[in-house]
Ligand binder design. Structure first.
Ligand code: URA
Length: 254
């Protein structure tokens, strides 16, 4: 292991302990859950030194059979996320809906098609050039006994988000995007650790640090809300224009 890799392992471990501390950990117990903590850290350390794509693949494999929350029992497909591992821009939504659960791909239903079009026309990037993920990776359903019913979606519960947050955090740490666009209130509140509404959070960049990597996060309204009320499109347009301008600015700052 090179010196750089070792430093990355130490940074990751420090960030991991800080994250656990925020969740209420006061000390690492001598016995209770130690093997679990060590296993978790080992899995994380194993991705250090790998290329971004291989690290994402490894993370995907690690969680593909995840049963860390009740959604694992009712999902059809685990929706890890997709796009460029080298993306400068990452999108984070709430969680898979019906179409995503059927296919295992994020944002491919009606809201996803609107998102794809907005990325291409307003930001001037192709969908394949960005990375698209969600806070939770399995479809939260109002009635899990009816997995083939459309419109059976609900926002993820706090316990489901808490169980899933380590995955999106690792995705961010691996990809190291310059900008993250948070789609809708659920994603914005979860990543920005805020209870504020979407209109208070959107329209500006929030600087966040992920294991020593600084990311500019901007929230906007969820594309699905534009399907219900097309007047919401103007917010997406305004926020995406800000993203486009920042991407342009940073690509000429060399
Ligand atoms: N809505 C989301 O938040 N994510 C998806 O992947 C699809 C719809």
């Amino acid at each position: 292991m090179s010196n750089n890799d070792l430093q990355q392992v130490i940074r990751d471990f420090k960030a991991y302990l800080e994250q656990e501390q925020r969740k209420g950990l006061k000390a690492v117990p001598r016995t209770v859950n130690r093997p679990k903590i060590i296993a978790k850290f080992k899995a994380k350390a194993a991705t250090v030194g790998l290329g971004k794509s291989a690290a994402l693949d490894q993370l995907h494999q690690e969680y593909a059979g995840c049963q860390n929350c009740p959604l694992g029992r009712t999902r059809n497909k685990f929706v890890f996320g997709e796009g460029s591992a080298d993306a400068r821009l990452m999108f984070i939504g709430e969680g898979p809906g019906f179409d995503e659960d059927q296919t295992g791909r994020p944002f491919i239903g009606k809201a996803g098609q609107l998102l794809t079009k907005a990325i291409e026309t307003t930001i001037d990037l192709q969908r394949e050039e960005v990375y698209i993920g969600n806070i939770v990776k399995c479809h939260p359903m109002k009635n899990p006994d009816q997995p083939t019913l459309r419109g059976n979606d609900r926002p993820p519960a706090a316990e489901e988000m808490n169980a899933c947050l380590p995955i999106i955090t690792r995705q961010i740490e691996i990809i190291k995007p310059e900008i993250i666009c948070l789609l809708g209130r659920t994603a914005a509140q979860a990543i920005l650790r805020s209870n504020a509404g979407i209109h208070e959070l959107r329209d500006k960049f929030h600087i966040l640090n992920f294991s020593g990597h600084e990311v500019k996060c901007i929230a906007t309204v969820h594309p699905a809300s534009c399907l219900y009320d097309p007047a919401n499109k103007k917010y997406v347009w305004e926020d995406f224009k800000k993203i486009r301008a920042l991407l342009k600015k940073t690509s000429t700052q060399i």
